[in-house]
Design a protein around this ligand. Structure first.
Ligand SMILES: C[S@@+](CC[C@H](N)C(=O)[O-])C[C@H]1O[C@@H](n2cnc3c(N)ncnc32)[C@H](O)[C@@H]1O
Length: 210
């Protein structure tokens, strides 16, 4: 999961990668963006990808800085989101002092997913370092609870459709064993790629620690 990996996903990014801003059912991110846009002037979209969140930010903040290290994704974002109030910057967020950017609110959506803990920590630290005094940060990351719950929901569905419970559970457990690379570390398969997932408490503690 490096720069090349992300650049190779650039074509049809929004069909190949789940973009929360375009797909959320409860509008939690949209509502948060709207609320913070009324209180603050500048926003950073850290690891902006193809600009799914950038578009929403540009509509509610005076200035938006969208950052990513994948050049092709930045190009996609640039084409997709037009506006005088957006600046696109190519930066590796794991690099120390990687950005002189300062914003009132930092958004970091589904970017703390690398299986290597050090890389995740560095990205989160860069986001915090980029905040003006009194600034706020919004982080979204994949949920381990949701990942595990999927197996239960599938099992319940199949049993309710008439399948044998014991056999069904055994089959789904075997799939889970293949798909969850490390239960302890919350590393699980997403599109054949090892992806970090967080327990709710774990994520709060992780961010507090940084
Ligand atoms: C799952 S995508 C999320 C994109 C976008 N935030 C969204 O919600 O649609 C993860 C993004 O993180 C970016 N990324 C990962 N590591 C990075 C790093 N070290 N520096 C900058 N961008 C990084 C990738 O290039 C990719 O665009």
């Amino acid at each position: 999961m490096n720069q090349k990996y992300w650049d190779e996903l650039a074509e049809n990014f929004n069909e190949r990668v789940f973009e929360i801003a375009d797909n959320e059912l409860n509008q939690a991110l949209a509502t948060t963006i709207k609320k913070l846009g009324k209180q603050s002037r500048t926003a950073g979209d850290f690891a902006c990808g193809a600009g799914g969140t950038t578009a929403a930010l540009a509509a509610h903040f005076e200035q938006v800085i969208a950052v990513d290290y994948a050049a092709k994704l930045l190009q996609q974002a640039c084409k997709r989101v037009k506006g005088d109030n957006i600046r696109f910057v190519e930066v590796d967020l794991t690099k120390n002092k990687s950005t002189a950017i300062k914003v009132d609110v930092g958004f970091c959506i589904n970017a703390l997913i690398h299986p290597v803990a050090k890389k995740r920590k560095r990205i989160a630290a860069t986001v915090f370092r980029s905040l003006n005094q009194g600034g706020k940060a919004v982080f979204i990351a994949p949920s381990l609870e949701s990942y595990l719950r999927t197996y239960q929901v599938l099992a319940e569905y199949l049993v309710s459709a008439g399948k044998n419970r014991k056999k069904t559970v055994r089959k789904i457990s075997a799939t889970a064993q293949k798909e969850i690379f490390s239960l302890v570390e919350g590393i699980a398969d997403v599109g054949a790629v090892a992806t970090k997932h967080y327990l709710h408490d774990e994520f709060a503690q992780f961010l507090e620690g940084i």
